[in-house]
Write a protein that binds this ligand. Structure first.
Ligand SMILES: *Cc1c(COP(=O)(O)O)cnc(C)c1O
Length: 480
């Protein structure tokens, strides 16, 4: 047996590279990352004509390893150089991504040290750090000291957790579900419907409340719907406002909705995955007034704090609500240090073992300080306004509502022919060009183009380029 163990050990020890091997891999990886960042300013925002990464399948996982050089080439050809490039300054579609450099370093350190960030006793520093950045976000949105929350993988899971907390707070269980009523607009994010099913409240009534011309919830229609439901013997339960819809960036009238939620004693959730963190800058704060009166709020640092993908956040004003839904005891998780009043992520979320997400937020906030984040968010709002003002002066273009935050909707009205078909062609022409990437949607049944400004890398010159390309492509398509 000893012989077998020794033989196995020689092979298994390959999993721990020695100093020189580590250095070689590190150097190659760093060189790859450096080249990516150096080329980013001129790299396309979209790589057309990909082989859909099919060539990856020609290098299956084998019994013995390949060289780092080979692996990096596969990564570059199949992953980096195909499809969308959300790291680009000229990626202005959907909700743009980020990818702050210190977050990458933080992820590296988190993976190397592999500290357990689920429970306070296991790594007090990691949990304290996560709670510190959550506390910081709570201050940004105006939540009190009793609030608690957790860093999720993204807005979808954070919204799910909010729905679960609201469900348990109002005991919307079993036979109660079909009588419970949820209120939101048709512009609410689709992940909420997914959350209802996953939370076991998929059979609750969902009222789609009418919106005004700027796609914001109509408070009058909300109150009327709640009253009608009460009279019909149903049980109004949950209002979900959007603090920045994905479609048009519209912010529902948060303060007025808060009054209605209080008057009828409903749970008030704000989906601010895209917009809530704009509360960091004065221009955002002005639009987000009333956010602090909600019972729960979701925000996505991987959108509005420019982090790499994989970081959302939920805050619940009454921390007990989160505990009630998520706290369980297990004999194998006995604490051996006092919790020092710190919330453990595992006690307020569906996850137990998880990525130490706090470090990727803490490190950039510490290294840069808050000022550049605040300035960047103000800048994005002004860039959206600038685009709006410039575009409306271009002949043929029609703009949607004035932007609440950093999304602008618009379309081209051709002198003849079908406008929807024309805007489809215009969108495709801009996307295939590759220099900037925008996206489309339907608003009031009409094919509409969107420009979403949220990358920390996007500045005035990128918006000017987008304007120039839109003008160019509209002319090429024979419109002007
Ligand atoms: C992006 C977004 C979501 C979903 O968040 P993910 O992080 O993509 O899971 C939910 N709501 C709104 C308003 C969003 O913009």
């Amino acid at each position: 047996m000893l012989e077998t163990i020794r033989q196995l050990e020689t092979i298994s020890r390959q999993l721990e590279p020695d100093h020189s091997q580590r250095k070689q891999w590190l150097d190659l990886t760093l060189a790859n990352a450096a080249a990516f960042l150096d080329e980013l300013p001129t790299a396309p925002a979209y790589y057309p004509n990909p082989d859909l990464a099919r060539s990856l399948n020609e290098s299956p996982i084998g019994e013995t390893g390949i060289k780092m050089e080979t692996a990096l080439t596969l990564f570059e050809n199949s992953v980096v150089n195909q499809g969308l490039n959300p790291a680009s300054a000229r990626y202005l579609a959907y909700i743009p991504g980020g990818g702050l450099f210190p977050s990458a370093l933080a992820d590296f350190l988190a993976a190397i040290s592999n500290r357990y960030a689920g429970m306070f006793f296991a790594c007090p520093g990691a949990v304290r750090m996560e709670n510190m950045v959550l506390r910081w976000m709570a201050d940004v949105v105006g939540y009190p000291q009793e609030a608690a929350g957790y860093l999720a993988s993204g807005g979808s899971i954070a919204n799910l957790t909010a729905v679960i907390a609201a469900r348990d707070a109002f005991e919307v269980h079993a036979g109660q579900v079909p009588r419970a009523v949820i209120y939101m607009t048709h512009q609410a994010h689709h992940c909420l419907h997914k959350a209802f099913w996953m939370a076991g409240v998929g059979q609750a009534q969902v009222r789609q409340i009418a919106t005004d011309a700027a796609f914001r919830l109509e408070p009058g229609a909300l109150e009327a719907a709640i009253r009608a439901d009460q009279q019909a013997g149903l049980r109004p339960w949950l209002i979900i406002a959007s603090a920045g819809t994905t479609n048009s960036g519209a912010v529902d009238p948060l303060a007025v909705i808060a009054e209605i939620a209080q008057k009828y004693k409903l749970w008030y959730h704000v989906d601010g995955a895209y917009g809530a963190l704009f509360a960091l800058c004065p221009e955002g704060q002005a639009v987000l007034n009333g956010l602090e009166q909600s019972d729960s709020v979701v925000m996505d640092p991987h959108k509005t704090l420019f982090l790499p993908y994989g970081t959302g956040a939920l805050l619940v004003k009454d921390r007990q609500r989160l505990y009630n839904s998520h706290r369980v005891d297990a004999d194998y998780l006995k604490k051996f240090v006092e919790a020092d009043d710190e919330v453990s992520p595992a006690e307020v979320s569906p996850e137990l073992t998880k990525h130490f997400r706090g470090l990727r937020l803490w490190l950039p906030l510490q290294l840069f300080g808050v000022a550049p984040f605040r300035a960047a968010l103000s800048e994005k709002i002004y860039l959206a306004r600038y685009f709006y003002e410039r575009l409306r002066q271009l002949p043929g273009f029609e703009v949607g509502p004035y932007p609440d935050l950093s999304v602008v909707t618009y379309r081209f009205i051709p002198s003849r022919g079908d406008a929807d078909a024309f805007n489809e062609r215009l969108l495709q022409a801009v996307q295939m060009d590759g220099r900037v990437f925008i996206s489309g949607t339907r608003l009031n049944g009409k094919m509409t183009l969107r420009l979403a400004v949220l990358s920390f890398r996007t500045h005035l010159e990128d918006i000017d380029l987008a304007l120039q390309i839109l003008k160019e492509k509209a002319a090429e398509l024979g419109a002007v």
